[in-house]
Write a protein that binds this ligand. Structure first.
Ligand SMILES: [Zn+2]
Length: 92
């Protein structure tokens, strides 16, 4: 059985869940560039590569990976948000 939602927002929640799963499965790590709003996210697929996340107002503004350049919810963004949630939990 297949179901199509008219809103076109079908995939948003799934995309986020999927990106988070991949971030965890691929072991993507994020590090802040000291004293800046920039974070580096390791590539899940290429150990030689990393991408830059620009954090504005506590949210990921963009990522330099192919998906992130177009504003997609990429796995690097997912990794950053997971790390932020972990920090928030450890601060409680
Ligand atoms: Zn990315």
């Amino acid at each position: 059985m297949s179901r199509t939602l008219a809103s076109g927002k079908v995939s948003t929640a799934m995309t986020i869940a999927n990106a988070r799963q991949r971030a965890i499965a691929e072991g993507i790590e994020v590090r802040q560039v000291d004293g800046s709003s920039l974070w580096i996210a390791s590539s899940g697929t290429d150990p030689q590569k990393a991408y830059v996340l620009n954090i504005i107002g506590g949210n990921v503004k963009n990522c330099t990976c192919r998906a992130g350049e177009f504003g997609a919810y990429c796995k690097h963004r997912a990794a950053w948000e997971l790390a932020r949630e972990a920090r928030e939990e450890s601060n409680v």
